[in-house]
Design a protein around this ligand. Structure first.
Ligand code: F6P
Length: 341
């Protein structure tokens, strides 16, 4: 048996351990592993490398992905799907492990349904917004990095008697912002799932600032702006734009400065929260997901995605996993408000 492994979308810490998991489990079955470079682009163009023990020997602590990645959709490239299918035949690949978020796994699901491609999915995204799994690897590391950044901002903010705003990634789900704010002990959080209540935020920050001579706010890059128009040219092949460009953190800092008359600074952590060495949690989740994906192939469970449920790894329907984005629930939002005092 010869299997292909690819990862698409943004890189996340945990991908390299997951690749390692795939290769080590495939070795148990005497299978060959072909690494497909740069996501679906690699399958369209036939960009591959052979993966064996030496390629995955020293990967547990490495951020990023040794395979390279891209945000390519075979459905948006001329003859993209046809070329993927041709290359699978040419490279004698019998099954594929596709690691990704809603976009990459959405393609995997479509190819499985429309072309019977033998594919299993591995959920990875720092946004943690995939349904049918409790967590995705990449999330824990990126929140830990953002939380540490908040700690640093508190020190300088307190010294200068300032209000500090930290803008974090996470696209249209607020999990990264929410967990950063809770874990880092911020004073307010703004999420894409909740209409920003600027009056309440400013009242609250005024009280906090009078008490502590510092206040901190975590802003998700994806917060909603009523009536915002986005030009089509700014969208990638999956219809997403680079949300960081909207400068939501800067906008919120300006409002706070104007309303409260307090010196306010903004920091955008951006890609620095994505490229770090994986935390223990992401290493464990990544390597377990890689092993499980190969086991799903062994069992012939195509069209499934590896999922973490509680402490167990299992297979779930890929179709269900990509059907709906997992955003922050009202229960989580209520819980958060209890903590911002
Ligand atoms: O989906 C992962 C993510 O890191 C988002 O949180 C962010 O909006 C986006 O990718 C950034 O994309 P890029 O790496 O293409 O700039």
């Amino acid at each position: 048996m010869r299997i292909g492994v690819l990862n698409g979308g943004g890189d996340v810490p945990g991908l390299n351990p997951a690749i390692r998991g795939c290769v080590l489990r495939a070795m148990d079955f005497g299978w060959e592993v072909v690494g497909i470079n740069e996501g679906w682009k690699g399958l369209i163009e036939g960009l591959t490398e052979s993966l064996g023990i030496s390629q995955v020997e020293d990967l547990m602590n490495k951020g990023g992905t040794i395979l390279g990645t891209s945000r390519t959709s075979p459905y948006k490239v001329e003859k993209g799907v046809e070329r993927c299918l041709q290359n699978i035949r040419k490279l004698k690949i019998e099954a594929i492990v596709a690691m990704g978020g809603e976009d990459t796994l959405g393609i995997a699901n479509k190819l499985y349904k429309e072309h019977k491609m033998k594919v299993v999915g591995v959920p990875k995204t720092m946004d943690n917004d995939l349904s049918s799994t409790d967590y995705t690897f990449g999330f824990d590391t990126s929140v830990t990095l953002a939380m540490n950044a908040l700690e640093v901002l508190k020190n300088t903010g307190k010294s200068h008697r300032r209000i500090m705003v930290l803008e974090v990634m996470g696209r249209h789900a607020g999990w990264v912002a929410l967990f950063t704010a809770i874990g880092g002990g911020a004073d307010w959080v703004l999420l894409p799932e909740e209409k920003a209540d600027i009056d309440s935020m400013c009242k609250h920050l005024k009280r906090v600032y009078e008490r502590k001579k510092i206040a901190t706010v975590v802003v998700s890059e994806g917060i909603e702006v009523p009536g915002e128009k986005i030009s089509k040219e700014k969208l990638d092949q999956f219809g997403h734009m680079l949300l960081k460009e909207r400068g939501m953190g800067e906008g919120i800092a300006r409002v706070i400065r104007d309303r409260l008359g307090v010196d306010t600074r903004v920091s955008v952590i951006g890609h620095m929260q994505r490229g770090g060495a994986p935390t223990l949690f992401d290493r464990m989740l990544g390597v377990r997901a890689g092993v499980k994906a190969v086991e799903l192939i062994k069992e012939g469970k195509f069209g499934q995605m590896v999922s973490l449920r509680g402490t167990e790894m299992m297979g779930v329907s890929l179709e269900e996993a990509v059907g709906k984005l997992k955003t922050v629930s009202p229960e989580w939002i209520d819980f958060a408000h209890t903590l911002f005092k």
